[in-house]
Design a protein around this ligand. Structure first.
Ligand code: FMN
Length: 161
């Protein structure tokens, strides 16, 4: 059994890129969250409806997971920032799998590079956990080296946790 599970959601592949990088480490597993309901892929509705769904904490219809977070000591939550917060898939995951007494790490991807509020909100949504390192990545698919260097540091911190 590995020690760390990265639970992540990715709409456009950026968070998935971070998860792929981290899952190269021998002690890190990763599972991508998938949901029934997502915003349109393109156009103004993508940002507007996606942002609204995050703010309203809509239920996206989380599909069952393969891995059980209870089996791991450390959980990395990976997500894109939507309307300055975490997307509905993460909210639905935390509702279904309340994480107690875990070390929580956060990987937040955004367009602006500002993931402070989203990170804060994710920490508030995981009470009773130990909140450890968080990284904010700006569009990692376009800025791979910058993202990978932050993720390497995070992986070192996770190894010591
Ligand atoms: C619905 C929606 C809302 C977004 N809201 C924000 C935001 O509030 N701030 C920001 O910096 N980027 C925002 N973005 C940009 C994404 O956070 C960014 O492109 C991220 O890298 C996407 O990660 P992904 O490819 O894993 O989905 C938003 C994107 C979408 C689709």
């Amino acid at each position: 059994m590995k020690k760390t599970l990265m639970i992540y959601y990715s709409f456009d592949g950026n968070t998935a890129c971070a998860a792929d990088f981290l899952s190269q480490y021998p002690d890190i597993d990763a599972e991508r969250l998938t949901v029934e309901k997502e915003p349109p892929r393109k156009g103004i509705g993508k940002i507007l409806l996606g942002g609204k769904s995050a703010l309203m904490k809509d239920d996206p219809g989380l599909r069952p997971l393969e891995k059980d977070p209870a089996d791991y000591e450390n959980v990395i939550l990976g997500f894109p920032v939507w309307a300055n917060t975490y997307p509905p898939a993460i909210g639905a995951f935390l509702k279904k799998y309340p994480l107690k007494s875990k070390n929580i790490f956060i990987v937040a991807c955004s367009g602006s590079g500002n993931a402070m509020k989203a990170t804060d909100n994710a920490r508030k949504a995981t009470p009773g956990c130990m909140h450890k390192g968080a990284v904010s990545l700006t569009e990692p698919l376009k800025n791979k080296e910058a993202a990978f260097s932050k993720l390497r540091e995070l992986a070192e911190e996770i190894e010591k946790a």
